[in-house]
Design a protein around this ligand. Structure first.
Ligand code: S3P
Length: 431
């Protein structure tokens, strides 16, 4: 079967991974019964579910795939003396790891944390060194996993300016403060994703956000609530680019989180000439949501992506690089060295992947240089996905566009963030 008729139809892509991780953790710190509607249930978010279960929190999945989290709250967990240090293996999940290091250091729970080969290569000092400033005793293995938490933070306030554009670092510090019951001030000049800040008011916690400053007063108890998770812009991005590039496409993606700290992909695709329209704009649990319609573009024009834009599309840069590779003229991605420390070194893996499809792309220390081509070629070598879910999805969309045939693939590493990726593809090509 071919996809000459383009990608067509309406669907709700996978739920937001960042918001689901945060809802599970805040539910675990809150007193009472929290309900999470439409959670992402993927390999990564199961890691966070199992993590909070080890703290003595109960998590149930209902028939309609909601999560029910029942917890005695942070104060009670803190005073629960665990007999042995807890042992965690967080698999591939960087978000679980960084956020849980903050929670465990805030609660003062001794633990050892490890993960898979990819996670073990990723830097942990960016959070461990900060928590140590506040009295936590934490040992890394040359800045990486395994990490051992010997004792928690002892300071009576956290006050930091982010040195790296990382929402995981920001959130880890906020969760450490909330878990310890102390005040937190963070200056985030990069304006990284702000889902924790947005969600906290649903849990009854007052957060003061002014320009780059985030302030959470100490001694605020989280109260259980209901959180409804929207669809993930990072999942939507694969179909936004696919439908833009594939002729005869008309796709509606419903219920997508369009938070401006996450929606840089929309800004850039529109700047390049994509046809994207937002409808039914609304707010849910402090997050802006919309339905997004995308139709094929006549032509895309190359662009430069740099500076403050980068954090707003950091996870979408692999699939955006495919759009840049098929645009008229030259494109540059700068200031994106964080890509080197994702699930794979994405500056290398995106470059190699797109080169295999015949794209004119070269890596730079902090991004890519791309000269647009008219069309890509079918790779003449077997592709590897570097155990990186976003590289696997980039390859799937690139294969779809170049060979114009339906794919029959195992879900593999894509299950980390988008378990229904191939089911959704079948909907769009009316398989
Ligand atoms: C995330 C933040 C980003 C992103 C990751 C999820 C989060 O990582 O790449 O997929 O949920 O806070 P960094 O904080 O390392 O930039």
């Amino acid at each position: 079967m071919t996809i000459q008729n383009g990608l067509n139809g309406q669907l709700r892509v996978a739920s937001d991974k960042s918001i689901t991780h945060r809802a599970i953790i805040l539910g675990a710190l809150a007193v009472g019964v929290t309900r999470i509607n439409h959670p992402l249930l993927s390999a990564d978010t199961w890691q966070t579910i199992h993590a909070v279960e080890q703290l003595g929190v109960s998590v149930e999945v209902t028939e309609d795939q909601a999560l029910i989290i029942t917890s005695p709250g942070a104060l009670a967990i803190r005073s629960n003396h665990f007999q042995q240090p807890l042992q965690f293996d967080f698999g591939n999940s960087g978000t679980t790891t960084r956020l849980m290091i903050g929670v465990l250091a805030g609660l003062g729970i001794p633990a050892t944390i490890t993960g898979d080969a990819s996670l073990t290569r990723r830097p942990m000092n960016r959070i461990v060194a900060l928590l140590a400033n506040y009295g936590a005793e934490i040992q890394t293995t040359d800045g990486h996993l395994p990490v051992t938490i010997h004792s928690g933070i002892t300071a009576d306030a956290i006050n930091e300016t982010l040195a790296v554009p990382s929402a995981q670092v920001k959130t880890s510090l906020m969760l450490a403060g909330l878990s310890a019951g102390i005040s937190v001030v963070i200056f985030d000049d990069f304006k990284t994703r702000n889902h924790t800040e947005n969600m906290l008011s649903s849990f009854g916690v007052a957060v003061d956000c002014q320009a780059e400053m985030i302030f959470v007063a100490g001694n605020q108890q989280l109260v259980a609530t209901t959180v409804t998770v929207p669809a993930d812009m990072s999942a939507a991005a694969f179909w936004l680019v696919g439908a833009t590039l594939q002729p005869n496409s008309d796709v509606v993606l419903t219920d997508v989180n369009v938070n401006e700290t996450r929606s840089g992909v929309l800004t850039v695709l529109r700047r390049m000439g994509a046809n994207i329209t937002l409808t039914h704009e609304r707010t849910q649990n402090g997050e802006p949501i919309a339905d997004i319609q995308v139709t094929s573009a006549e032509m895309l024009i190359g662009t430069t992506i740099a500076g403050m834009e980068v954090p707003t599309m950091i996870d979408e840069l692999p699939i955006l690089a495919l759009a840049l590779a098929l645009s008229r003229g030259d494109s540059r991605v700068l200031d994106a060295s964080e890509l080197r420390i994702k699930e794979s070194n994405r500056i290398v893996t995106v470059t190699k992947t797109l080169q295999a499809f015949g794209a004119q792309i070269n890596e730079t220390p902090d991004g890519f240089l791309i000269a647009g081509v008219d069309h890509l070629q079918v790779p003449n070598q077997p592709l590897v996905d570097y155990d990186d879910h976003r590289i696997a999805m980039l390859q799937a969309v690139a294969k779809l566009l170049t060979s114009n045939v339906k794919l029959r693939e195992e879900i593999g590493t894509i299950a980390v963030s988008y378990p229904d990726f191939y089911k959704d593809l079948a909907v769009l090509i009316h398989d």
